[in-house]
Design a protein around this ligand. Sequence first.
Ligand SMILES: [Fe+2]
Length: 248
Amino acid sequence: MIDLHCHILPGLDDGAQDWAQSLEMAEIAAADGICGIVCTPHFSTVFPANHRTTILAAVEELRTRLREAKIGLELYPGCELSPQYNLLERIESRELLTINDNGRIALVEMPPDLITPNLGKFFGMMRGKGIDTVLAHPERNRHLMKNPSVLLEWIQAGVMVQITAASLTGYYGHAIRDFSVKLLRHRMAHFVATDSHSPGRTAPMLSEAHALTEAIAGPEEAHRIFYEYAVHVLRGKVPQVMPAISFE
Ligand SMILES: [Fe+2]
């Protein structure tokens, strides 16, 4: 399995606090059957310093430390980008990181309790400039829970969706778990990632969510969601995802 969204780099955001925590997270992930992690610190108004060069250097250092600790895990650079007015220019100028620095596909954070009418337009502008969006954890947004057809419109316009393993396993409560299941049933979840911030309560593990996904959407779809689609994205290729099933 590949984890497309993980705050494993230390000291850059509200994720791992030091190298010891990063290594602990890596050990947990490897033991859980994860073979690759995209390291995605926040870039936001709270964490405005996480530029491409900073993240690339931190990934390189963690790779060295994983080798020394003999932990078999591939690392890829990335960033969880909070939507803001000049984000597109800063991605284009390569000041900010796309997934695996591919210059083609960006991980964009869906804020938990906000939905701006301009968000759909923003994704369209990104596409217009040749940058596709993986939208992080829309299942945790209460407005989308009430109006999932908004998310469906974005998906039909080309947005890909990453839901969080802990949402599916019930860590955030029944409502978010049920919405996650609904998204899987409607082929509206293209990736399941850990969004892990520590080796503690939301440790980087995918196996339980994988088993649930197999039961809900079948083993083939689970393989696409936990591995195949991510391999495409790491190479800068937009995967041919299964078409979404509309709500009746
Ligand atoms: Fe995150």
